[in-house]
Design a protein. Sequence first.
Length: 95
Amino acid sequence: MILALLLIINGIAPAGDSLNAIGAFGAGSVETWHCSATLVAQGTVLTARHCIDYGPGGPYSVRFVTGEVSSVGSFYFPESGDAALGYLEKAAETV
């Protein structure tokens, strides 16, 4: 269901692999995907800080549109704002 939602922009499915860097962010299994994340650099995803602060607790991972799941090893939190950078334990291969 989440993948279907991620693939639709204004009701039109995007062509090619233009959304491969988008993923569902969460803890544990598919039942706990509770936020989105975007691959912003090799091995680094951007998500909202509140997804970690108020989420179910780790360990966290990202499931990309391609179906690949990558574990998040650590986070960086800027001094202000609601952003969080997650550093993947292993860079995504199919994104």
